[in-house]
Design a protein around this ligand. Structure first.
Ligand code: PGA
Length: 251
């Protein structure tokens, strides 16, 4: 059975009270489907509230949007993998486009965070993707492979089997533009090939697509077998709309 992953990235929205209200409503609108998982990435302050609100639903999981690589110490303003785990997170985004392009996160940072996530027991969701200039210059695959190699190049097959990859072209995030299903699938095929070439097990490999995914385009994207799910920002902020998207996109 093809098992799809629907991941919601709330970015800098929905505090603890909002997260509780959101999950309460979402749970009344979305009943568990055996063939899909729904993950939520609230801002760090809302992780515990969201995790509590989702705790007795095995198909719902809460993650954090970013971690620092040291487990503890004097690193003001950061959250480490063990702290996120204690708050109820079970996954973490790594190298999201906004971390890379707004905050200057480097490929080397993603490598360290990857190691910290795996050591700390969080499922890493590595985000990769090219800018518009890189795409126009024909460098999409080179950029994606560089980002994969930097973050995952030193992992063995067992570690790779725990990693989720999200392909999110930078020019598609929050812009209303998205890759065609065929363009996305072509990049996904390369990513899957790269992972398999390093021994990642074929069943269980998950490559998500992200960038302006919404209720209108999700079904067409997910009709591509190369896509194992979606990572969604704007269209995940409304509990009812997100429930509807998860409910119908893979019908
Ligand atoms: P978007 O964001 O759906 O609002 O484009 C996706 C993301 O940044 O993960």
């Amino acid at each position: 059975m093809r098992r799809l992953l629907f991941a919601a990235n709330w970015k800098t929205q929905l505090g603890p009270d909002d997260a509780r209200a959101y999950l309460k409503l979402f749970r009344t609108r979305y009943n568990r489907h055996e063939d899909r998982d729904v993950w939520f990435f609230p801002p760090a302050v809302s992780v515990e509230a969201a995790a509590q609100a989702a705790r007795d639903r095995a198909d719902l999981l809460v993650g954090i949007q970013d971690i620092y690589w040291e487990p503890k110490g004097a690193f003001t303003g950061t959250v480490s993998a063990p702290l996120a785990l204690q708050a109820g997170a079970r996954a973490t985004l790594i190298g999201h486009s906004e971390r890379r392009h707004v905050f200057g996160e480097t490929d080397d940072d993603t490598r360290r965070k990857m190691g910290a996530a795996l050591a700390g027991g969080l499922v890493p969701v590595l985000c990769v993707g090219e800018t518009l200039a890189e795409r126009d210059a024909g460098h999409t695959l080179a950029v994606v492979v560089r980002q994969l190699s930097a973050a995952l190049g030193s992992l063995d097959a067992a570690a790779l089997s725990r990693v989720v990859v999200a392909y999110e072209p930078v020019w598609a995030i929050g812009t209303g533009r998205n890759a065609t299903p065929q363009d996305a699938a072509a990049v996904h095929r390369e990513i899957r090939g790269w992972l398999q070439g390093r021994g990642a097990p074929v069943p269980g490999l998950r490559v998500l697509y992200g960038g302006s995914v919404n209720a209108k385009n999700a079904a067409a994207l997910l009709a591509e077998r190369e896509l194992d799910g979606v990572l969604v920002g704007g269209a995940s902020l409304d509990a009812e709309g997100w429930a509807q998207l998860v409910q119908t996109a893979a019908a």
